[in-house]
Design a binder for this molecule. Structure first.
Ligand code: DGL
Length: 272
């Protein structure tokens, strides 16, 4: 039986992370689950995001995944700790769930010369203050400024990320963030959907500000994790397959997933 790496997101965003993982670590099997029927998670309460995320993690465990990556900042911010500290012991203490916030926080301060980092994220991630708390642990002198961009995920989910109307909302949030602290020299795209907006974000961002997305950071961190944890690495199957599942329409998923993943995909529907 396959023992794949499970990759979870509320919708399509996690595909931007999966793409980098498969590129860096192609020999494993992967299962991607997008909870498209209940996306976006960004505006939802802690309790709801936690419950949805836990259901999806359990489903991935039931497919044989010994390791699940929450490729969603909102789920990582609102559900990861409880799942790691409370639920895993009851479900299966040998399984693991990892998120995207800590690996990003470990490196993001290193990109900034001015010591001021701007975090663009969903409302849920911003309100959780997870990035402020985690970055402080690794870079105590780095100042973190946050901007919630609630409309960006729907714009991407509805395939409007190249539309002219999107420019207004991209510029609005970048201006707000820079207004808080003109010294910011690094933008972190702390939502896995935002890489799809990168061209527009670049257009409205001063040229000397770096724009960092998470795919290669998270993929690199997974690779390090598997080197440090041979007991987990040994459990993973090496079939080089990637299977896609969505809680919503498969035709919609396949059409849009191609944009995020850069390749044609054939998904299977799952009821959650
Ligand atoms: N892709 C998710 C993240 O990284 C958010 C999308 C959503 O709001 O559902 O935060």
């Amino acid at each position: 039986m396959k023992q794949p790496i499970g990759v979870f997101d509320s919708g399509y965003g996690g595909l931007t992370i999966l793409k980098d993982m498969v590129e860096l670590l192609p020999h494993y099997d992967y299962i991607y689950l997008g909870d498209n029927a209940r996306a976006p998670y960004g505006p939802r309460s802690f309790k709801t995001v936690y419950e949805y995320t836990l259901q999806c993690v359990k489903w991935l465990f039931n497919q044989g995944c010994p390791l699940v990556i929450l490729a969603c900042n909102t789920a990582s911010a609102k559900a990861l700790r409880t799942i790691q500290q409370r639920d895993l012991a009851n479900i299966d203490p040998a399984k693991r769930v990892l998120g995207v916030i800590r690996p990003t926080a470990e490196v993001i301060g290193g990109y900034s010369q001015s010591g001021s980092v701007g975090v663009l994220a969903t409302k849920g991630t911003v309100v959780s203050e997870s990035y402020v708390i985690e970055i402080k642990k690794f870079f105590p002198n780095v100042k973190v400024y946050q901007e919630a961009c609630p409309i960006w995920v729907p714009l991407v989910e509805y395939n409007e990320h190249h539309s002219k109307g999107t420019d207004f909302f991209v510029k609005k949030h970048i201006d707000h963030l820079l207004h808080q602290a003109p010294a910011i020299d690094t933008f972190l795209l702390a939502c896995t959907h935002y890489p799809l907006l990168k061209d527009k974000i670049r257009e409205y961002t001063p040229a000397d500000i770096k724009i960092i997305s998470q795919g290669s950071i998270v993929a690199g961190s997974l690779s390090d994790y598997l080197i440090r944890h041979p007991e987990m690495e040994n459990r993973l199957s090496h079939g080089e397959t990637v299977d896609f599942f969505t809680t919503d329409s498969v035709s919609d998923f396949d059409e849009k997933a191609t944009l995020f993943y850069g390749r044609h995909v054939n998904s299977v529907h799952v009821n959650m």
